[in-house]
Design a protein around this ligand. Structure first.
Ligand code: HEM
Ligand code: HEM
Length: 182
């Protein structure tokens, strides 16, 4: 009997979300490496655009999970199962917080997206607000990456040490005969 798996759309939404989060973090951490002027404006515009894309993917993923997406009981038993469930919930909350703070960050700072679309700053002279939103966005982003790293490590630990086929639930089939829970 093939192990129960998430449906194809849930699996691809998982890995698309993971790829966008990691790309956003890497780009966010390196925006200040770009020389001032057009290179930095383009780097920041790319970050904001990919961030807006993640916001859309995330809303769709929540809608899909709440409607037709497969929902499997978290892997493991006892405390590990509760921990896995709590980690999944925490990852959803962290993505929501980082994206919401990112949108707020772009708004309080104002920006010039690819020199094509001007975002006028929410309160241009409010330096304190700008700094606190910027810092909160950076903290949320770093916390999300740490959580995602622990989550990934837990998935590998289950798979390679506990021999529980949890990774197989979320890996694209790629020709393996697997069955998703209807
Ligand atoms: C999970 C998603 C995201 C991650 C992981 C992320 C990560 C980061 C990081 C690490 C920084 C640099 C913080 C610093 O040290 O100063 C940053 C800056 C920024 N982020 Fe995000 N971000 C995300 C989503 C977004 C979204 C959705 C937006 C807006 C639509 C956004 C807008 C910004 C802006 C405007 C900056 C400041 C750039 C600068 O300092 O020039 N971010 N982000
Ligand atoms: C930024 C990166 C990531 C985020 C935000 C993330 C988020 C999530 C979330 C929210 C779930 C729960 C799915 C649900 O029930 O709706 C999940 C499940 C899962 N993730 Fe990730 N993930 C990330 C990266 C990874 C990586 C790198 C791996 C593997 C190395 C991984 C392996 C898994 C597995 C195996 C499951 C299924 C767990 C189970 O059914 O108990 N994830 N992920």
């Amino acid at each position: 009997m093939a192990a129960p798996r998430y449906d194809v759309k849930t699996i691809w939404l998982h890995w698309l979300t993971a790829a966008l989060v990691i790309a956003l973090w890497c780009l966010g951490q390196t925006i200040d490496w770009f020389p001032h002027g057009a290179p930095r404006v383009f780097a920041r515009s790319a970050h904001i655009s990919i961030g807006a894309l993640l916001a859309g993917v995330f809303v769709y993923r929540l809608w899909w999970r709440a409607t037709a997406g497969a929902r499997l009981p978290a892997a493991g038993t006892g405390g590990l199962k509760v921990l896995a469930r709590a980690m999944h919930l925490a990852l959803y909350v962290c993505i929501f917080a980082t994206v919401a703070l990112g949108l707020a960050n772009a708004w309080v700072r104002g920006d010039n997206l690819f020199y094509l679309y001007k975002i006028s700053p929410f309160d241009a002279n409010n330096k304190a607000l700008r700094e606190s939103v910027e810092n909160c966005h950076a903290y949320a982003a770093n916390f999300l990456l740490i959580m995602a790293g622990m989550h990934a490590a837990a998935g590998l630990f289950h798979h390679y040490l506990l021999k529980v086929d949890v990774l197989g639930r979320m890996l694209p089939a790629l020709g393996r005969n697997a069955r998703a829970i209807p």
